[in-house]
Design a protein around this ligand. Structure first.
Ligand SMILES: [Zn+2]
Length: 68
């Protein structure tokens, strides 16, 4: 079984929804050290939107010289 859970060494956003009726869960770890989890479709959707704004692609738009 492959563990896709993000870690500081392998940052990212992982979403799990085993079936259409299952509760969605998400976990995210950013290379900046931030992490977050969400449970339920609404919270997962909010996490996805907020994570991309505050982390993820937001860092690539900065000029702080971060390496990805
Ligand atoms: Zn970040």
């Amino acid at each position: 079984m492959t563990d896709l859970t993000p870690t500081p060494d392998r940052p990212g956003l992982h979403i799990s929804k085993p079936s259409p009726t299952a509760t969605a869960t998400a976990s995210a770890v950013c290379h900046c050290g931030a992490s977050a989890t969400a449970t339920g479709d609404a919270q997962v959707s909010a996490l996805m939107a907020g994570w991309d704004t505050a982390h993820s692609s937001a860092h690539t738009k900065s000029t702080d010289g971060g390496t990805l």
